[in-house]
Design a protein around this ligand. Sequence first.
Ligand SMILES: O=C(O)CCC(=O)C(=O)O
Ligand SMILES: [Fe+2]
Length: 197
Amino acid sequence: MRDLFDTPVLPGLKTGEDFVTSAEEAALTAMIDRVDLSPFRFQGWIGKRLTHSFGWHYDFDRGHLGTAEPMPPWLDTIRLRAATFAGVDAEALVQALLIRYDIGAGIGWHRDRPHFEHVIGISLGHPAAMRFRRRAGDRFERTTVPLPPRGIYHLSGEARHDWEHSIAEMAARRWSITFRSLSAKGLRLARAAGGAD
Ligand SMILES: O=C(O)CCC(=O)C(=O)O
Ligand SMILES: [Fe+2]
């Protein structure tokens, strides 16, 4: 998204509308619902959103990056298109995270784990907004970016590393597909775990 002067709202944030068609959206959400989604777990706490990772899995309970089942073929085309949108190599997008937010589910303030670098998200279902905040002295700078259904966003640079983001509790069901590349740290740990190369 860009402001009136055509500069990005946040450096490192790129958004796009109508990245997938309504027919693709219906097919993708049906596929996500067929996957064995499970509640997000964080240090003993169980969240409301349902998730499943392919390629690599970051275990928030144990603070550990490990291999997950390989990316399924139904994600191939969308991964290639997401990579093209973000200007990254499709092969580098080694993680796909599927999320379903039912009514009342959201995601709290966070920066994505430093094991990952590029973050590319596709929004399906109910419209949402991504809120961003960054500490500035004793207050927060804040901005909010709409996440329309069938749209895409790419977080890199400042938007990815300096700002936290969150999504408020949903009023209706939303699905997302997030592709991520590994960072230098992630690649080091992945090699140690006997994966990625
Ligand atoms: O659902 C989304 O688009 C955002 C998910 C997210 O921020 C995350 O999994 O780190
Ligand atoms: Fe995130």
